[in-house]
Structures are given as C-alpha cells and as structure tokens.
Design a protein around this ligand. Structure first.
Ligand code: SF4
Ligand code: SF4
Length: 367
C-alpha cells in the first residue's frame, strides 16, 4: 500500500499562493490537525543551522506552522539537539545563541526554543528497538516526552548518507550525544597519504587522540568517538571516512529514526522543504551553490514515502552547472551520487521500509 505525499510547487502570482499560505494548506491536507490537541506540548523539530550557514530553513516559514499548531490550541516549542562536533551548537548555550542569531527568535516564529537533550547533551531516554545494530537507542529527553511532533527538514545532500531529509532529521537530529556517537561509531577517520604533518588536527581533536608519528598524523581509533572534527579542520583534506562503512552508517541512522517515533505512532507530521538544495548538510559553517533549482514543499505522515518522493523530484531536475555536481546533470540522473560518488542514498529508504518505519511507495498529490 502507498502513502499519501502532498506537494506544492513554488509558482505564485497572488497573495493566496505565497509560501506561508502553501505551508498552511499542506498542514491541512496532510491531516496534521488530527493528532494535535488542546494543551499538547508539540515539538517542532528542525535544524537551526551552523553559524556561517545561510541555507537552513527560514524562520518566517516556520512561523506559519507555529500558527497552525496554536490554532489547534497546542503549546508548540521549536527544538533541536546539540552536535557531537565542536562547532557553534555543541552545547545548549552556544546552540541557543546560534539559533537566535540565525533568526529563530520568539518575536519571529512565535514559539519558544528548547534544546531537547539538555545543556551538555546528557538528557536522554532509552527506547527499546531490538533491531540489527541496536537493542535500544538514546533519544533526546524532551523530544521523547513531547506529545506529538512536526518534523521540518531542509532536503539537501550529505557526505555520509547521500541526502538528508526526514529520516536523517529523526535519527541524528532527535538523538542525544551518546546516540550520535553510536550512529557514527562504525565510520572512523582514516589519514591518507596527502598528510603533510602540519599538526592542525592534533589541536582539533576534543579528546586528544591524534599525534604526529614519522611525519604523519596517527589516530587512536579505539577511543575515537567519530565526531569528525579532525576531518573538517584538515587543510589538506587528508582525512577521509572509510567508504565501506557508509552503508552501515545509514542503517544505524535509520534504526535511530525508528526509535525516535516508536512511541508516537500516528502523532508525527513531516514536511520537507526542497529549496536551496546544497551538496552538504546545514551543519557546515558555509553554504555551497545548490545542485538543482528550487522545487517546492512536501508533507506526509510517512517519513519514508516523503523522503522517497523528495529524492525522486530532485533527480527529475536538471543539475545546475557551476555547482559541486560533477556528473548526472541529466533529467533522472542521481544528483546525490553526482556529488557523493561513494554513497548509495537509497540505502536509508530501503532499510527504513524493511524495518517498518514506512513505505517507499507513494501517491503524490499536487495542491
Ligand atoms: S591536519 Fe591533515 S595534513 Fe595536517 S597533520 Fe592532520 S591529517 Fe595531516
Ligand atoms: S580523532 Fe576521532 S574523536 Fe578526534 S577529532 Fe577525529 S573523529 Fe573526533
């Protein structure tokens, strides 16, 4: 059986067709009001964007969903979890400052901000899943305790999973720091022959696991928490992830996504924003040129169908010249493969369907 996915493109010639109104229509058509009730603590989960990034979701678009949940007489709060790497969102104090600097102030969105895994990322609840990689997963406490959720995802590329959409937002986005470590644990960094022994990575490792030995950096992989800080700091791009580990990374991620919504069956709505489709995640402190033109917004109660439909719509576009896309520019070409050659993005969709998170069969309904 297929799941319904509602779609609105960005064409607009009058006020009624502006993005704010289109988002409200999607909320109504997808039936999200059916599970949001008076007094509910509704988590609106999104990514506030790393400092320096400018392609994260626009706060003004988020405000229209806050208005819809307030219409249901619920108590919405906007939320995310702290990062594993040491950037501008590693603890709640820095994270909230970054969110406000990026425009997510109460005055703009109309809802308060909550960092769901506590000031140091240790507020989490264990959720039993009994799957291939994990018996239980560590979900951010305030996400697990919310009554229902709206998962708002900026659909774009990702170097480890091909693309990041609803599934990734649930998985990495709803887990506390120890859960993020567990998802990354299978994909440790590797020092390549490009290393010039400059020593930058030695200082970048938060737990001092890197030393210089025989004119080359060496990592104590036994203790590595796979935060990837060293990768993003190496000026020679001499640190890589072992590509053979990436399929397992995607599976681990999907098991976490399953755990994030296990206790909220029928009480989660998903919206993907197919705009500013950059090659990289909003965790990067920059925004590269998009790989395809803006497409539209999609909503569903099924995260797997939603990501499958989003992936297909991206691939139906012509790739943009001058972007990081190296091949697959034609209609139907796998745009994420065109950027991240070693990554099979569809693993997350197939595996998610296999464990019962949703179905990849969708019925696309255009508004
Ligand atoms: S930062 Fe890169 S080039 Fe410099 S020592 Fe580390 S791995 Fe080698
Ligand atoms: S060596 Fe491991 S823990 Fe240290 S920065 Fe690199 S990925 Fe993070």
């Amino acid at each position: 059986m297929s799941s319904k996915v509602y779609f609105s493109n960005f064409r607009s010639r009058r006020k009624e067709e502006n993005k704010t109104n289109k988002i409200k229509q999607l909320f109504d058509k997808a039936g999200f009001a059916e599970f949001i009730h008076k007094g509910d603590l509704t988590a609106i989960k999104l990514h506030f964007g790393e400092r320096g990034n400018d392609t994260f979701l626009k706060p003004v678009l988020v405000s229209s969903l806050v208005e819809k949940t307030l219409d249901c007489q619920a108590k919405p709060f906007i939320t995310d979890t702290n990062t594993l790497y040491y950037g501008s969102r590693h603890n709640s104090v820095d994270h909230l400052k970054t969110a406000i600097k990026n425009g997510f102030a109460y005055a703009v969105t109309g809802a308060p901000l909550v960092i769901a895994d506590g000031i140091r990322g240790d507020n989490w609840t264990s959720v039993e899943v009994n799957l291939k990689h994990f018996k239980d997963v560590k979900i951010a406490g305030d996400i697990e305790k919310s009554d229902n959720m709206l998962i708002l995802s900026h659909f774009k590329g990702h170097g480890m999973s091909g693309f990041g959409g609803a599934i990734k937002n649930l998985a990495m986005g709803c887990s506390a720091a120890p859960g993020k470590v567990e998802q990354h644990q299978c994909s440790k960094p590797v020092i390549t022959s490009e290393c010039t022994a400059c020593g930058t990575c030695v200082d970048s490792c938060p737990i001092s696991l890197i030393t210089l030995q025989n004119q080359k950096a060496e990592i104590d992989l036994e203790k590595c928490i796979a935060c990837n800080n060293c990768l993003s700091n190496c000026p020679e791009s001499a640190i890589e992830l072992d590509s053979k580990s990436l399929p397992e990374f995607s599976e681990r991620m999907v098991e976490y996504a399953y755990g994030a919504v296990k206790h909220k069956k029928g009480r989660v709505g998903y919206i993907n924003f197919l705009m500013d489709i950059t090659p990289d995640c909003d965790c990067e402190a920059f925004s590269d040129t998009p790989i395809v033109p803006d497409i539209g917004i999609m909503a569903s109660k099924d995260p797997v169908a939603l990501d499958a439909a989003s992936y297909d719509l991206v691939n139906q576009q012509m790739g943009l010249e001058g972007s990081l896309l190296e091949h697959q520019h034609h209609h139907g070409g796998d745009k994420f493969r065109g950027v991240w050659e070693d990554v099979d993005s569809r693993i997350q969709i197939r595996y998610a369907e296999g464990i019962g998170l949703g179905t990849q069969k969708y019925n696309l309904i255009s508004l």
